[in-house]
Design a protein around this ligand. Structure first.
Ligand code: PLP
Length: 451
């Protein structure tokens, strides 16, 4: 295929879809691209160029693109229909596996996306507690519904106010002003201010929403004691603690963040990796909260909830996660990448730190202590974006926005990892030579709020 192919596809896309995309985060300006297909750890663009893929659709592809065991199950399932407005065997199978695999999960309800699941979890927590406000952390992303689109990772750190009294930073127009009245914000990883803020609002809060690791901010890990404190304050004030595991689920191990950190949440949200890229999310948690749905007094509905494509994919994905050493493999490959990148940047004299876990890690280009969206301003995001575009040119695709972690899939081979490290080194050397002339494209992809 020729250069005109990408150009003409982009032109066609832009004629019919604003910015040529169906999610704002996918617009990379002049460097936007159109994908043709994916297989295993690779994707191919419409010009036939192959990339080792570390974006993996912002995380869901845990096994690999078009992973055979999942494709087979979905193909077999869809030949017998997709939605029935009735419980289906695949739904039961997927829910049973979740209850078996994830500690403390007693009940499951399925939805179509992470956004829907966090929206429903918030409603459930409000119904359970009889309270209307909720606490959200700066720098966390919980989907694209109005309640949570404040102070996400793209918020301007200078506009966030004092740590003791954070000011909500709205992610774009179209969100009713009054919605702020329901929101209490706290700075992630700041134990002192968070404790004070929760104590000030304790009896008004229905829920504490938290990404147990910052999946939309370079995989920044929680400081020791942070999640423990949330658990104990939630108990003290009768607040529902909600772990948003849309990104961390099945990436921090097959039992999720609760097992990784040894902390039990009241509700846990899964999406993305649950279905290896097919549309499904799950609201899961303790029976006494989830059983509020029993009386029909709390609305949870959706034509596509529990659809066969999503639930068959989830059942197949969870089977592979249970039966094969997926996490041993991800751990080994991810560790090699984290250490290899660390070594390259150290040798080339680029200040940096590597955060996160092997299946999902971030690179923050600074030697300052970065632990939240406020301190993140120390990171050199433009140098990182330039390295990413240089790597993409060479066939290794990680997101040019450093807030988006690298994601690994089970199909990634040792050879792919070595190729990636070679490309990363060349891409970094080129960027250092050119670092004064960072493109405006690099700057434009950094205007985002989550994925
Ligand atoms: C932590 C987290 N929660 C919720 C969502 C929203 O999920 P979805 O894009 O499926 O609506 C995302 C998306 O990236 C996410 O990272």
């Amino acid at each position: 295929m020729t250069d005109a192919t990408m150009h003409s596809w982009l032109e066609r896309a832009r004629r019919v879809m604003p910015r040529g995309v169906t999610s704002n985060f996918r617009d990379w300006g002049p460097r936007s691209f159109v994908v043709e297909r994916g297989e295993g750890p690779y994707i191919w663009d419409v010009e036939g160029k192959r990339y080792i893929d570390y974006r993996l659709a912002y995380g869901p592809i845990i096994l690999g693109h078009a992973y055979p065991a999942v494709v087979e199950r979905v193909t077999e399932a869809v030949q017998r229909g997709n939605v029935f407005a009735a419980t289906h065997v695949y739904e039961v199978e997927a829910a049973e596996r979740l209850v078996r695999m994830i500690p403390h999960i007693e009940r499951v309800r399925f939805s179509g996306s992470g956004t829907e699941a966090t929206m429903h979890a918030l409603r459930l927590a409000r119904a359970y507690t009889g309270r209307e406000k909720f606490l959200k952390f700066e720098g966390c992303y919980h989907g694209a519904h109005d309640y949570v689109l404040f102070s996400t990772a793209s918020a301007n750190p200078l506009a966030l106010g004092a740590r003791s009294m954070p000011i909500p930073y709205q992610a774009g127009s179209g969100i009713p002003n009054g919605i702020r009245d329901y929101l209490v914000l706290a700075p992630y990883n700041d134990l002192e201010h968070t404790e004070r803020i929760i104590r000030n609002h304790g009896r008004e809060l229905a829920a504490i929403f938290v990404e147990p690791m910052m999946g939309n901010l370079s995989g920044i890990m929680p400081k020791p004691g942070f999640l423990e404190m949330l658990r104990s304050l939630a108990d003290e004030y009768g607040i529902v603690l909600i772990f948003d595991e849309v990104k961390t689920g099945f990436r921090m191990g097959k039992e999720g963040a609760q097992a990784y950190f040894g902390i039990q949440a009241d509700l846990v949200i899964f999406a993305k990796a649950l279905g290896n890229g097919y549309p499904i999310s799950a609201i899961t948690g303790k029976a006494d909260i989830m059983d509020l749905y029993r009386g029909g007094s709390v609305t949870h509905a959706g034509t596509y909830n529990g659809n066969i494509v999503g639930t068959a994919a989830a059942a197949a994905t969870l089977d592979v996660l249970e039966q094969e050493d997926v996490f041993g493999t991800l751990e080994q490959r991810g560790r090699r990448l984290m250490e290899g990148i660390d070594d390259i940047l150290t040798r080339l004299g680029v200040p940096h730190r590597v955060s996160g876990v092997p299946a999902m890690f971030g690179i923050i280009m600074t030697d300052e202590d970065v632990y939240d969206v406020r301190t993140y301003k120390a990171a050199d995001m433009q140098l990182y974006a330039q390295i990413a575009f240089n790597a993409i040119k060479r066939g290794v695709m990680f997101d040019p926005d450093p807030r988006e972690p690298w994601f690994l899939c089970y199909a990634l081979s040792e050879g792919d990892v070595e190729e990636t490290l070679n490309v990363f080194e060349d891409a970094t050397k080129e960027a250092l030579g050119l670092s004064a002339t960072v493109s405006t494209t690099a700057a434009s992809v950094l205007e985002r709020s989550g994925s």
